[in-house]
Design a protein around this ligand. Structure first.
Ligand code: ASP
Length: 331
């Protein structure tokens, strides 16, 4: 995680103008052989997702999008790659547990027709995003939680799996020695993946999946499975998703706000910035708090913004394949 954060960043400064060519803002381990990115060039199909793990997730989503597949399939299959990766300690298998040592997962998915499904406080299932999709497609409900979500997942053919890896267990045991309950976000203990896609037919969809805040209280659920907070899609306008301190995102209905601001004419980046400003304005002490939003509009333009420096997102289209640093308010 630190390595990821340590690579050179050329972020947009507070209130900054697009002075740095977009090409220079993209980073991957290998140089990107793509042509320079136009800041406002609409692109379709396109997929964007939070953090560096988004590169791998986007690759799976892109296989679907470039074959003219559905955005809904792309956002499900894309984030499944990260859910199944035991090395990733903030999503799915290998996620950091709560203070009781239990890995509990939250996820949601939403398509171009306001159809949505979600699961929260789900244990023992590697792919909560697929359970969320089953909730959407196979029940009249939107959100299932805990035991009920697990029972539903098992009834729908998912296998029970121990999600707590040795690595995460060891770190949790270390944490137990002091048991300091300080939900510090954007340091070492989080990184939800949220993904937004626009397919060749012009349909938008989104997904969001996480193991939530490390060492959280047993039963705590963040923004990630809450439609309107962690994710929102309105096919007439655009889509948005969030990462970071979920409580702050829920308080302002973050992703729904970003979409509504785009409806009022703001660019994806400006809409994310406005939502971040709303969080900061109502918080006197934002020590160690990070929230980031990414957004994609109907035209295929995208943007991201966060409270603090260090948030980036992955972009994949015919033209682009790389990381983009989001703008930020505070360093
Ligand atoms: N938003 C997630 C939560 O609050 C955490 C994260 O993005 O890492 O559960």
């Amino acid at each position: 995680m630190q390595n990821r954060r340590n690579f050179i960043r050329r972020s947009f400064a507070l209130g900054g103008v697009f002075l740095t060519p977009m090409r220079q803002l993209f980073h991957t381990k290998k140089p990107i052989p793509s042509t320079p990115l136009a800041p406002k060039g609409p692109q379709k199909p396109i997929v964007i997702s939070t953090w560096r793990h988004g590169l791998k997730a986007n690759a799976a989503a892109w296989d679907i999008l470039k074959a003219k597949g559905a955005a809904l399939d792309a956002v499900e299959q894309g984030v499944r790659v990260i859910e199944a990766d035991p090395e990733n300690q903030s999503v799915g298998l290998g996620g950091r547990p709560d203070r009781e040592g239990v890995v509990t997962l939250d996820a949601c998915i939403m398509d171009q027709n306001y159809r949505c499904g979600a699961v929260a406080f789900l244990t023992d299932i590697v792919h909560p995003v697929t359970v969320a999709r089953y909730v959407m497609e196979r029940t009249p409900h939107v959100l299932l939680v805990g035991e009920g979500a697990l029972q539903f997942a098992l009834e729908n053919g998912m296998k029970r799996t121990n999600l707590l890896t040795e690595k995460s267990k060891k770190q949790w045991r270390e944490w137990l020695k002091k048991s300091e309950y300080q939900p510090v976000i954007n340091i070492e203990n989080h990184d939800t993946i949220g993904m937004l896609a626009l397919d060749a037919s012009g349909h938008l969809s989104g997904s969001c999946t996480t193991s939530g805040m490390a060492y959280k209280l047993h039963g705590r659920v963040g923004d990630s499975p809450i439609i309107g907070a962690g994710l929102f899609v309105d096919n007439e306008v655009g889509a948005a998703c969030a990462t970071g301190m979920g409580e702050e995102v829920i308080r302002i209905a973050g992703s729904a706000i970003v979409v509504e601001l785009m409806r009022q004419g703001q660019s994806p980046r400006q809409a994310c910035k406005s939502a971040v400003e709303r969080i900061v304005a109502r918080n006197k002490s934002l020590q160690n708090t990070q929230v980031g939003f990414i957004a994609l509009n109907k035209a295929g333009e995208h943007g991201g913004y966060s409270i603090r420096k260090g948030f980036d997102y992955a972009v994949r289209s015919d033209r682009d394949n790389g990381m983009l640093d989001a703008g930020y308010l505070l360093s």
